[in-house]
Design a protein around this ligand. Structure first.
Ligand SMILES: Nc1ncnc2c1ncn2[C@@H]1O[C@H](COP(=O)(O)OP(=O)(O)OP(=O)(O)O)[C@@H](O)[C@H]1O
Ligand SMILES: [Mg+2]
Length: 487
């Protein structure tokens, strides 16, 4: 169908430098009507930069961009950026309606705002539509915020919707619902959708064609996804083969209990050197995590461990007890935005060791960590804001790597990290466990838990612990059943 293939966005030979770093060196990108287009590439390849140029956030140095609409109006593009962008002091309804107002060049009345907001949110989350319209954006959890942003983008009636890693903050169930809505939008309204993700399974599930960018250049231009295998895609991205097995597990001593997690329904003993996965929607796992990182003011969960209190009273006490914590919210809780990369990487080492002065050997120490994680940075003296999303995530992990900890808590540590580097992070986590550290790891990506954990504690969507799976019982469907979410 010729009409289906109308190009809505056409980018030719796009170029962009930041200072001396050439980030885009010749990107071609064509988005057609009626297609879901996967935009792929490793961390730092230039995906978000291109999206920001197309949507007018930053200026290009060179190249052509043309936009067209299937209607007799100005072409309109809606975007969900990689880092959340809601106005903190406005309500959810206001945040959604503001986009509509800008397009109509008119003030939107409060009642109308609520109507627009309700309609938009109902598309993907009827519960949120009924409960969240009048809440302040600042009070939303990260994943609620993500849903609001997506709903906003979907409801603007744009010709193209660009979603830069929209599923990174969503649970499997929410992702599935989002995909159903995107599919329906494309079929019913023939718009174009651009989807950025590092999760191969999702990409295959949702997308029709893909463009692969590598080091700022297009290496695959709108090829049908069926024409490429996973191995070929990873190869085009310039990443090591993702099929490499994670090295076998060191044997765990079953008498060596490191701590016991006591919840309302159960007590879970965790062995030294064990990797315990937390699966399911945020409600349950976030309570356990808050207990361990010292942010729970009161909690239904307590811990029992030699020399430790029932509950660390503050994040500082948690660090002093030897508990490491990688926050899933890198922007507001993790990255120290005003400090250079080196200070971000070495932060917890300095706190643990009470270092005040910068040691000369720190530079080498930081460079080793940067290399181990393939953290792509211009210089370790640059600010974190110069890093791509996935590389900012690596900053948080680097902070705890190789430290001797009794316990480390990971909250979605591979969020936004590219396929090749995910394998590296899995190996590094495994190595920490092999050295005797207890690892507690929450992920909404069930497959990665199944691959790496020794045991998985599954929570349902109401936050109730539903079962503890041993590795011999690991199975995608069983975990999906227990968590009430898609596998
Ligand atoms: N303001 C800036 N100053 C300097 N360098 C920048 C700036 N913004 C981006 N970069 C660099 O541009 C490159 C591309 O970044 P971009 O965010 O487009 O990557 P990406 O493909 O979206 O990666 P990810 O998958 O990690 O999100 C990165 O190496 C990044 O460090
Ligand atoms: Mg990006």
């Amino acid at each position: 169908m010729a009409a289906d293939k109308l190009p809505l966005i056409s980018v030719r030979n796009l170029q962009k430098s930041f200072g001396v770093t050439k980030v885009l060196r010749g990107v071609n990108f064509t988005v057609s009507a009626g297609q879901i287009h996967a935009l792929l590439g490793g961390n730092g390849a230039g995906k978000s930069t291109m999206i920001r140029i197309i949507t007018g956030g930053i200026r290009k140095d060179d190249g052509e961009i043309s936009l067209s609409s299937q209607r007799d109006t100005e072409p309109k593009i809606a975007v969900v950026h990689q880092e959340l962008a809601l106005l903190a002091d406005l309500s959810v309804a206001e945040n959604i309606a503001i986009v509509h107002a800008a397009s109509a060049r008119s003030f939107v009345h409060a009642r109308k705002q609520a109507e627009i907001g309700y309609k938009a949110l109902s598309l993907i989350d009827p519960h949120l539509a009924n409960t969240a319209l009048h809440r302040r954006a600042a009070d939303l959890s990260m994943h609620e915020g993500q849903i609001v942003e997506i709903a906003r983008a979907l409801s603007t009636g744009a010709d193209v919707i660009m979603l830069d890693e929209p599923t990174a903050n969503l649970t499997a169930g929410e992702t599935e619902r989002l995909f159903a809505v995107l599919r329906r939008l494309v079929t019913e309204t023939n718009i174009g959708i651009v989807f950025v993700s590092h999760r191969m399974k999702e990409i295959r599930q949702l997308c029709d064609v893909c463009t692969i960018i590598r080091d700022g250049m297009t290496v695959i231009d709108a090829a049908p996804l069926e024409s490429l295998t996973d191995v070929e895609i990873v190869h085009h991205m310039g990443q090591p083969d993702a099929r490499n097995e994670i090295p076998a597990r060191r044997k765990i001593d079953h008498a060596d209990v490191g701590l016991v997690l006591k919840g309302p329904e159960c007590a879970v003993p965790v062995l030294k050197g064990q990797i315990l996965g937390l699966a399911g929607a945020p409600a349950g796992p976030s309570q356990v995590i808050a207990l361990l990182n010292g942010t729970a003011r009161s909690s239904t969960w307590v811990l029992e461990a030699e020399g430790w209190p029932e509950r660390p009273m503050s994040p500082r006490q948690a660090v002093e007890l030897g508990i490491g914590y990688v926050s899933g919210d890198r922007r507001s809780k993790g990255v120290l935005a005003q400090l250079p990369i080196i200070d971000n990487v070495l932060a917890s080492r300095r706190v643990r060791e009470g270092r005040v002065f910068v040691r000369r050997s720190e530079r080498a120490e930081c460079l080793d960590l940067v290399q181990a994680l393939k953290l792509k940075a211009g210089s370790i003296l640059d600010l974190p804001s110069t890093l791509s999303g996935g590389n900012q995530q690596k900053l948080l992990i680097a902070r705890w790597l190789g430290m001797s900890l009794r316990l480390v808590v990971f909250e979605e540590p591979t969020r936004g990290v590219d396929i090749g580097t995910k394998r590296d992070i899995y190996e590094l986590i495994r190595r920490m466990a092999d050295a005797g550290t207890i690892v507690i790891w929450w992920s909404t990506e069930n497959v990665e838990l199944l691959e790496l954990c020794d045991e998985i504690l599954a929570f349902d969507t109401d936050g109730q612990a539903k079962g503890l799976l041993q590795s011999s019982q690991f199975n995608e469907d069983a975990l999906a059943d227990l968590t009430g979410m898609a596998a």
